[in-house]
Write a protein that binds this ligand. Structure first.
Ligand SMILES: [Zn+2]
Length: 89
């Protein structure tokens, strides 16, 4: 997994400050249009051109969850929500 530092941005769902991303595929870094899964609340977001993130629309989220990566997204979101919010350092 590749960890990338990002310009700090807030999760549109929970406000958690996101300053990094971990790619799920080796050697990948986020690009505009890629999916972000908040490690704090499990919300699905989309990277913007300026490498901020915006909430996925209901349509985008339903398409993603019905796609071949849908089961992995649902599993990851369930694990994040089961673990509960990360504690501040
Ligand atoms: Zn969040």
């Amino acid at each position: 997994m590749t960890i990338t530092r990002l310009k700090p941005t807030k999760c549109p769902a929970c406000g958690y400050e996101i300053d990094g991303a971990t790619g799920v595929e080796k050697g990948t870094t986020p690009r505009p249009g890629d999916i972000s899964l908040c490690v704090y609340c499990g919300a699905i977001s989309i990277y913007t051109r300026g490498m901020g993130i915006r909430s996925a629309t209901a349509f985008e989220e339903s398409r993603l969850l019905a796609s071949k990566i849908g089961p992995k997204l649902l599993w990851a979101r369930a694990e994040i929500r089961k673990a509960g919010p990360l504690r501040a350092k």
